[in-house]
Design a protein around this ligand. Structure first.
Ligand SMILES: [Zn+2]
Ligand SMILES: [Zn+2]
Length: 206
């Protein structure tokens, strides 16, 4: 895939409505919310979709968010994609970035928030504002090119990561719990859940 088409640099008329929805869902208006809203709008438009995705299109797109911060909530609200529907994937990379994958075509676009957008925000927004407000103000207006690095990528998404996947439940041979989505661990020929295999994120209270 070649470089993406140039994007518009003027304010989208519906941007404020998307920001309001995202801020309400997230709990406050912050720079990351605006970054996430604009990331989602840009990603969906590059794939040819409207935001939020309608009932038909919502089954056709997967978003991967690379950080569990404000922008992740904004991507979820703006697209309508959801963790619980397996259409929103969290990849814990600590990066202000998200990828939008079009399932029918396999096209995927990764959008990274440029670090120097923050410096640009300080230059473009009124100096009378505090730095938080300057970012909020500037991130509404900076061009997509100033805000984001856009790259077409390929995402290898195996069948068991897709929404709706429900085949092949395994059972843990130690504790008996049902294991979904191929998360079983094979240890010395035994099928174990992650907890019994020692890969839990917690420890039991003694
Ligand atoms: Zn926030
Ligand atoms: Zn187990």
């Amino acid at each position: 895939m070649n470089s993406p088409p140039a994007t518009s640099t003027h304010l989208r008329p519906d941007l404020e409505a998307h920001i309001d929805r995202a801020a309400a869902a997230h709990g406050h208006l912050c720079p990351g919310t605006i970054v996430g809203v604009r990331m989602a709008l840009l990603g969906l438009s590059l794939l040819g979709y409207e935001a939020p995705l309608n009932d038909r299109d919502i089954k056709l797109v997967i978003a991967f968010v690379e950080i569990d911060r404000c922008l992740a909530d904004a991507v979820a609200t703006t697209t309508g994609l959801k963790l619980g529907r397996r259409s929103l994937k969290f990849k814990d990379l600590g990066l202000l970035a998200a990828t939008f994958l079009d399932l029918p075509t396999g096209r995927a676009v990764r959008i990274v928030s440029k670090d120097n957008a923050r410096a640009l925000a300080d230059l473009t927004a009124p100096l009378s504002l505090g730095s938080h407000e300057r970012q909020i103000e500037a991130y509404r207006r900076l061009s997509d090119e100033d805000m984001f690095e856009v790259t077409w990528v390929e995402v290898d998404l195996p069948e068991h990561e897709l929404p709706g996947y429900s085949k092949q439940h395994a059972a843990c041979e130690r504790c008996g719990i049902g294991i979904r989505h191929r998360r079983e661990v094979i240890e010395d020929g035994r099928t174990l859940c992650a907890v019994c295999a020692g890969k839990a994120y917690f420890t039991f209270v003694k």
